[in-house]
Design a protein around this ligand. Structure first.
Ligand SMILES: [Zn+2]
Ligand SMILES: [Zn+2]
Length: 61
């Protein structure tokens, strides 16, 4: 999976960040079916965040 859930992409130019809340299934082979462009450049992966997944709803009794 090129972009798993929780992966963060960052723009080096302006510092914007996006997080994948759903995994992206786009194939990584060329030509890329998927690209995240900001400021005219492809955003750089900033790693996979452990906390990006929605927290499970706790049942309170
Ligand atoms: Zn930018
Ligand atoms: Zn994609």
């Amino acid at each position: 999976m090129p972009h798993p859930v929780g992966e963060r992409l960052r723009c080096d130019e302006c510092g914007a960040e996006i997080v994948f809340t759903k995994a992206c299934p786009c194939p990584e082979r060329e030509p890329k079916a998927h690209s995240d462009i900001c400021c005219g450049k492809e955003m750089r992966s900033a790693g996979v965040s452990e906390t990006a997944e929605p927290a499970p709803v706790e049942a309170r009794h």
